[in-house]
Ligand binder design. Structure first.
Ligand SMILES: CC(C)(COP(=O)(O)OP(=O)(O)OC[C@H]1O[C@@H](n2cnc3c(N)ncnc32)[C@H](O)[C@@H]1OP(=O)(O)O)[C@@H](O)C(=O)NCCC(=O)NCCS
Length: 332
């Protein structure tokens, strides 16, 4: 059976480091509160106007292509995941296609927020397994900092999120025992408004919306408690489903690379699945939650740090706005 596998990985992070202490100067918060509730010590923010979401995506994509030893002209499809594209439309995929100098291949944007990379990987996997395409670029890129409220009013959300991009080149696996073994995708729109950004909205004529000024609707809003409890439940379920479908147990996991939402969520999943600390990857202290970019950034760093070796069972899982969630089980 034909399988797909990750041929190369890359990441791109803005140079500007914003620590919890920097945020203390902007709002009523503290390093202690942020670390204790989320595990985050610092995150990266772009210099507004100087870097774009698609620009970060392109940097990560170039690094992943280099790592894979694949030329941009040999890509067959671009799958880009972001919740904050350069423009309302078109999406960032087409700008990535242009900047990489690809042929006029398909470029699609996914809007599944923190689960974007898992959805993208699943899309790539389907196209490759069916033999339609040979090489697909999956990139998650986010600039959150320009859309956050850095006053005390927005502190529950603003301290958690950061900017960055991560990418994977996915291609056919020559070894049928290695590669992406399973992906699982889910959604539950009933909870869409528990973590969302309401404006701009197609339901309101532009002139009316602009006349209202900069109200809270223009900033992301989150019911933190509800998101937390659903996240722990859905992450754990999605990992369990993937393991069951592939015939593995939690003890078989070489490394779990979860979406970096919150260290407390990651720890709760590890506890629920009875995983040892060395089975779970975390880099949230450095970057905060970079939504669709967090898994490919984490995967890139896990490989760089020697935490993943050929043959390891690697499990990816994510949960986020939508609600959306999912998992991927990979034999590396
Ligand atoms: C947001 C979150 C960290 C809040 O943690 P929590 O344990 O629920 O918060 P607590 O109940 O202990 O504290 C809430 C209090 O802290 C305050 N607070 C909120 N943000 C704060 C901040 N950045 N700094 C200081 N205080 C803050 C609140 O106003 C509230 O104050 P009050 O009790 O006077 O009303 C937590 O709910 C969470 O992690 N949720 C999931 C978030 C997430 O991962 N989202 C992305 C999913 S992909």
């Amino acid at each position: 059976m034909r399988r797909s596998r990750i041929l190369g990985l890359g990441k791109a992070l803005p140079d500007r480091v914003v620590s919890n202490f920097d945020l203390e100067k902007l709002m009523d918060t503290s390093d202690e509160w942020i670390r204790q509730r989320s595990g985050i010590a610092e995150r990266r923010h772009v210099v507004p106007g100087r870097e774009t979401t698609s620009g970060l995506a392109v940097k990560a994509a170039k690094a992943a292509l280099d790592d894979a030893g694949v030329e941009a002209r040999d890509l067959d499809l671009i799958v880009a995941a972001t919740l904050n594209p350069d423009y309302f439309f078109p999406g960032i995929g087409v700008f990535v296609q242009e900047a990489l100098g690809c042929d006029t291949i398909g470029a699609l944007d996914l809007r599944t927020q923190c689960t974007g990379f898992i959805y993208g990987l699943s899309v790539a996997d389907q196209f490759i397994r069916t033999g339609t395409y040979e090489r697909v670029l999956v990139v998650g890129a986010e600039i959150q900092s320009t859309a956050l409220d850095f006053s005390t009013r927005g502190r529950d959300v603003a301290v958690l999120f950061g900017d960055g991009a991560g990418a994977a080149v996915v291609g056919a696996s020559e070894d049928e025992d290695r590669g992406i073994l399973d992906t699982r995708l889910h959604s539950e729109g009933k909870y869409a408004k528990e973590l969302w950004l309401e404006a701009p909205s197609a339901m309101i004529p532009r002139h009316e919306e602009l006349a209202e000024g900069l109200t809270p609707r223009w900033y992301p809003a989150m019911n933190g408690r509800r998101v937390f409890t659903h996240a722990v439940r859905r992450f754990t379920e999605a990992i369990g489903e993937g393991l069951e479908a592939t015939g593995f147990k939690p003890a078989d996991i070489g490394l779990l690379v979860p979406h970096q939402a919150n260290l407390r969520i990651t720890e709760a999943i590890g506890k629920a699945l009875e995983l040892a600390p060395e089975q779970v990857y975390s880099n949230i202290h450095r970057y905060g939650n970079t939504t669709a970019a967090s898994i490919p950034i984490a995967l890139t760093e896990a490989v760089e740090e020697g935490r993943i070796a050929a043959g390891d069972l690697v499990v990816l899982a994510a949960f986020g706005s939508g609600f959306t969630w999912g998992s991927a089980v990979i034999r590396w």
